[in-house]
Design a binder for this molecule. Structure first.
Ligand code: ATP
Length: 452
């Protein structure tokens, strides 16, 4: 039989929600539901987190891509359904600027490169439009069209299993009448399921505060999201989480969350809002400033630029590590760059940090008296030391240098889960075997029928 669904179509979209409501993942599920009778999905919807440092994000700078096979005679119909659904579900807000792009067939190298840049840099709308015009079969945008940036980046970031790390997130959605109300589920059942599947799930609980992290705070339609390595385990975990309100639907997404993907491409260039990865030499002892943030000045090894380095209050115990730094320690800093107008300088906002070397530090003290063993005092500039106890003087004595025991050791330090941004790779994900494939499981999404 000829392959009727002979065309591959990628649909990328972003920036459809606001802090007042909506969720781009929910839009993805609605489009999946409407397209399902006409197309074959060949990947999970990809939830791609882009540069977390850009100031105009709503929450986690997430964008979506659907990849599917379709009969070329109905491509136009599919495009129409996707755009109509976006218009139906988008949140009207001055800061919401939706964008949707459509690419047919192989994703061009230019779009892949664009995606890598979107993880670490700030991209202009005009640059994006040029690429969209050149390579996209169709596009649609509202407002200032900024959503096209994330939309295109989601298409180019294919999370190829043989070259990129990836994870899954299962999101459950609420009934419309419950949106805005307190989310109602049994936290103990989450703790239990998290410990049962601990090798395959991550960041569902904050280990330090024991807080359950699966539910967002805002008036969006998500009830909870659970993150892990295996879609089948996520389905099982969903069944074991006790909820006291009905779930209207759920969907499993393939994502770059928890992978450090932005740091794979980040550099030590100091540019406002860029992702940063580079060696820094500590120039001073860190200090705690108003609000509990810990800050110190350092010098970037590769370009000798002096920057402030900050660990913010929400990073909790991570700050204790940073407080132990002393001059001449060397760290590998992972974070974001922020220009501070008031200090006319740049700050590296730490997201994680590897202590590479801990400097030797010494305590300097006056020598002990050779005759009576009491501590001596200076006898004046270049005049050596004298003893107040027995009167002994010695021009040739020098200060004693004794090494200070450092309480800081080399190694990797990551803030607790509750303050981690989506892209950060948590400790639980280190040393996992590399996945090399994915396949669509049965029931990777479901919309439950409405009760009559
Ligand atoms: P949510 O997490 O709830 O989906 P969000 O945090 O993704 O929301 P958006 O409302 O999508 O926030 O806004 C992010 C905006 O930033 C989008 O318009 C997106 O296209 C744009 N954007 C994403 N990455 C970059 C980048 N590297 N440079 C410039 N703009 C970007």
């Amino acid at each position: 039989m000829p392959d009727l669904k002979n065309t591959t179509l990628h649909i990328g979209f972003d920036d459809t929600d606001s802090l007042k409501g909506g969720c781009t993942t929910f839009l993805a599920l609605r489009i999946i539901e409407l397209l399902d009778p006409h197309v074959d999905f060949i990947d999970y919807p990809r939830l791609i987190r882009n540069n977390p440092n850009i100031p105009w994000k709503t929450r986690g700078n997430g964008a979506l891509c659907l990849t599917l096979r379709v009969n070329d005679e109905i491509v136009e119909k599919v495009v129409r359904i996707a755009i109509e659904t976006l218009n139906e579900l988008l949140e009207e807000d001055p800061n919401t600027n939706p964008g949707m792009v459509f690419v047919l067939g192989e994703v061009p190298e230019e779009i892949k490169q664009f995606s890598r840049k979107a993880l670490t840099d700030v991209i202009l709308i005009s640059t994006t439009k040029d690429i969209v015009e050149k390579f996209c079969f169709k596009h649609y945008s509202v407002g200032n069209s900024r959503g096209l940036i994330g939309a295109l980046a989601a298409i180019g970031n294919s999370l190829n299993p043989t070259s990129e790390d990836f994870t899954y997130e299962l999101l459950t959605y609420r009934k419309p009448e419950n949106v805005g109300e307190k989310r109602d589920f049994n936290e103990k059942s989450v703790v239990k399921a998290d410990s049962k599947y601990s090798a395959e799930v991550f960041n569902n609980i904050d280990e330090e505060s024991k807080k359950v992290l699966i539910a967002p705070a805002g008036p969006d339609p998500v009830l909870y999201g659970i993150r892990g390595e295996n879609p089948l385990i996520l389905l099982k975990m969903m069944e074991e989480i006790e909820v006291y309100e009905s779930i209207s639907s759920y969907c499993i997404f393939r994502t770059n969350q928890g992978t450090d993907q932005h740091f794979k491409f980040a550099s030590s260039e100091v540019k406002n809002y860029n992702a940063f990865k580079g060696e820094i030499r500590t120039l001073e002892k860190p200090r705690t400033i108003l609000g509990g943030h810990v800050i110190f000045q350092g010098e970037i090894a590769s370009n000798e630029i002096k920057v402030d380095v900050a660990a913010f209050e929400p990073s909790k115990s991570f700050r204790n590590t940073i407080r132990k730094l002393l001059p001449e320690d060397i760290i590998l800093a992972y974070g974001g760059v922020k220009y501070k107008e008031e200090f006319q300088g740049f700050t590296i906002q730490l997201e994680k940090c590897e202590i590479l070397s801990v400097s030797e530090q010494f305590k300097e003290e006056s020598p002990l008296c050779p005759s009576c063993s009491k501590r001596m005092i200076s006898n004046g500039l270049n005049k050596g030391y004298k003893c107040r106890n027995c009167g002994h003087k010695d021009r040739d004595l020098r200060k004693n240098k004794t090494p200070i025991e450092r309480t800081l050791s080399t190694g990797l330090f990551i803030p607790p889960a509750q303050s981690q941004r989506h892209l950060i790779k948590p400790f639980r994900r280190y040393n996992l075997p590399q996945k090399d494939s994915y396949f669509l499981i049965d029931n990777w999404w479901k919309v439950f029928p409405k009760a009559k």
